[in-house]
Design a protein around this ligand. Structure first.
Ligand code: HEC
Ligand code: HEC
Length: 291
């Protein structure tokens, strides 16, 4: 009798293990198919400037949109995720050095990467948050590209993407934004220029960099990374409703809140928001208070 039960349990575990392996195998195929897909999109062109004022503006956008967290200060790329379960990912070397962007990378290729999340051959870029950057106005995207093209070449390893078992399963189930191209409306038209001023409109435009974590309604919730610190409500119903402008600016520049908490840069990237100009922070505050 006991032997029968043990045999039965053993068989059950065997079946379970087999099912898990089959599930994992299927997820692996799903993810490989996603990565191998070719997208056919029309890239809308605009002029990329090369003057020093535009390059300086582009450097500011690079510093305030979190590019450096993945591509490094010198644009040579770095390993920004190193986790046995989720994966090991090295962002691309954007310079013209060894391991960098292809020698014949054209303005069209730059625009395609940001607006569509695609490589020159139409295959999707992995993890690169183009679903966010596609919404930059032509003028800002142009300055950003001008800056990227202007930096000195650095020799470094090219991009590499190795997903771990958890990364594979979450990507297969669409729980991780693996393929930005799938989250972009490739027919959308974007503005040519957004006026920079202390206005609700400009504040809203700047929250392009916040909605990825704070959710489209900016009311926060679960972290995109499983087990990560919950993301806070940054509308008027959260602390923003109580904080003065100078307290708000201090939080985004130092991570220190009026109630004595110290936000960690790994949770809330204030090393990025500390580079915002006064005008940008004022516009953000103005807009967030209206929500
Ligand atoms: C979360 C990390 C992350 C952030 C933030 C990020 N990138 Fe990327 N980026 C990547 C990864 C990873 C790749 C390589 C993707 C691949 O090869 O599939 C990449 C690729 C690129 C490419 C395409 C390069 C090529 O060879 O085709 C460009 C251009 C680029 N990034 C520019 C930027 C700029 C500029 C910013 C800021 C506005 C930025 N990225 C922010 C992770 C990131
Ligand atoms: C990478 C994800 C991420 C991005 C991008 C991000 N935040 Fe946050 N933010 C967080 C997390 C997580 C917290 C909560 C940290 C904690 O409670 O310790 C937070 C907290 C805050 C707080 C403090 C709120 C409070 O009540 O303590 C403010 C203010 C804030 N974020 C504003 C912004 C603004 C404005 C932007 C866009 C310019 C932005 N954040 C972009 C993840 C992010």
């Amino acid at each position: 009798m006991l032997r029968k039960i043990l045999k039965w349990i053993g068989g059950g575990i065997g079946v379970l293990v087999a099912l898990i392996l089959i599930f994992y195998f299927v997820m692996h195929i799903v993810v490989n198919n996603k990565r191998a897909k070719t997208y056919n999109v029309e890239v809308r062109m605009f002029d990329i400037p090369s003057d020093s004022a535009s390059i300086a503006e582009g450097a500011h956008i690079y510093a305030t949109k979190g590019c450096g967290d993945c591509h490094g200060e010198d644009l040579s790329g770095k390993i920004f995720l190193d986790d046995g379960m989720v994966g090991t990912i090295r962002a691309a070397n954007l310079t013209s050095g060894k391991g960098g962007r292809p020698a014949n990378y054209t303005d069209r290729d730059w625009i395609r990467a940001f607006r569509h999340g695609l490589r020159p051959d139409g295959k999707p870029l992995i993890i690169m948050p183009s679903y966010e950057y596609c919404k930059l106005a032509d003028h800002d995207l142009g300055s950003l590209i001008a800056y990227c093209k202007s930096v000195p070449p650095v020799d470094a390893a090219p991009a590499s993407i190795k997903l771990g078992p958890l990364g594979t399963v979450l990507s297969g189930l669409d729980k991780l934004p693996l393929i930005p191209a799938d989250q972009i409306n490739h027919l959308e038209k974007y503005p040519q220029k957004i006026k920079k001023s202390v206005s609700v409109e400009y504040g809203k435009y700047l929250t392009l960099s916040c909605t990825g974590c704070h959710k489209p309604d900016l009311k926060g919730g679960d972290n995109v990374i499983p087990g990560g610190t919950p993301v806070r409500d940054i509308t008027a119903s959260g602390n923003i409703g109580k904080w003065t402008l100078s307290q708000f600016m201090n939080v985004l520049r130092t991570g220190a809140t009026p109630d004595g908490r110290q936000l960690k840069n790994e949770d809330m990237p204030w090393q990025m928001t500390k580079n915002y100009t006064d005008e940008e922070l004022q516009a953000l505050y103005l807009y967030l208070k209206t929500l």
